[in-house]
Design a protein around this ligand. Structure first.
Ligand code: ATP
Ligand code: MG
Length: 262
């Protein structure tokens, strides 16, 4: 199953979700590949892959200089591998414009690859060519929304991008779910925003929401997923619950598509 984690709004919990969901899925015994498609490289740093260990990146794959396998490094987490981000990725948005099949580069690279059970793509905070390549290459989109005022701002733009991808290059793209992040039960605004999002997005919102939890923000500075840094903290427990929900949703979707082949 291939999942892009995207929202063009910055700082909503995309990378935290990518790292911890990937770790939780790997803990089930599945093989997981996390693609760090953000020039900021936060997913790579958060998984403890230092700059000196990043030889090639998703940039080299998109440009056609490396295969997925060549760009993949193992992480310290059993079952979890990573395609890191390198400094070169910051030029990719501009360079891709001049290439053929510019929104299909990732899809094409994945076509002949020996793909893991799960592929998660951590997207940058923009709707540029890196995010588009991800949306064209995956089956599912997970949208993190920060439980704050303006949470829904920009969502319509993201959803219309999804519609355009669906009506063109990737008809099978579906929305796996909307994830409320940094929620705070004691904060009335946070609760009101969550109620709003559930009213607008309905059953697409995951039952699990991720609480605001300082352990989640400390873990990356140790180069560890929160799930390894402190598995008992509320944030880690929420990501384990999210992983169960993701497995349930994707299994249900596979079953329903087997019943009604389109
Ligand atoms: P960007 O758009 O810059 O890539 P992002 O959407 O990937 O950002 P993160 O990097 O995951 O967002 O999170 C933004 C900041 O908030 C980080 O410092 C992260 O550690 C912190 N953070 C994320 N989720 C939580 C949470 N549930 N509780 C506390 N802090 C969090
Ligand atoms: Mg990020």
């Amino acid at each position: 199953m291939r999942i892009a984690i995207a929202n063009q709004k910055g700082g909503v919990g995309k990378t935290t979700t990518a790292i911890n969901l990937a770790t939780a899925l790997a803990a089930t015994g599945a093989s997981v590949l996390l693609i760090d498609s953000d020039p900021q490289g936060n997913a790579s740093t958060g998984l403890g892959v230092s700059r000196s260990d990043r030889h090639s990146s998703i940039y080299d794959v998109l440009i056609g200089d490396a295969t997925l396998a060549e760009a993949t490094v193992q992480t310290a987490i059993p079952g979890l591998s990573l395609i890191p981000s390198t400094a070169a990725l910051s030029g990719a948005e501009v360079e891709l414009v001049g290439l053929d099949h510019r929104i299909h580069r990732l899809t094409n690279a994945m076509e002949h690859a020996d793909i893991s059970d799960w592929v998660l793509i951590d997207c940058p905070p923009s709707l540029g060519l890196l995010t588009l390549n991800a949306l064209v290459a995956v089956d599912q989109l997970l949208i993190p929304l920060q439980s704050e005022f303006f949470a829904l701002e920009g969502l319509s733009q993201l959803l219309s991008t999804v519609e355009r991808v669906r009506s063109g290059p990737n008809p099978k793209l579906s929305i796996l779910g909307v994830l409320l992040t940094m929620s705070d039960r004691r904060n009335r605004l946070s609760e009101a925003v969550a109620a709003d999002v559930r009213a607008v997005m309905g059953a697409q919102v995951f039952k699990t929401s991720i609480p605001r939890n300082v352990r989640l923000s400390e873990a990356p500075s140790h180069g560890l997923p929160a799930l390894v840094y402190d598995i008992r903290c509320p944030g880690s427990q929420a990501y384990l619950a999210l992983a169960r929900e993701v497995v349930e949703r994707t299994t249900a979707q596979v079953k329903s598509s087997e019943r009604s082949p389109s």
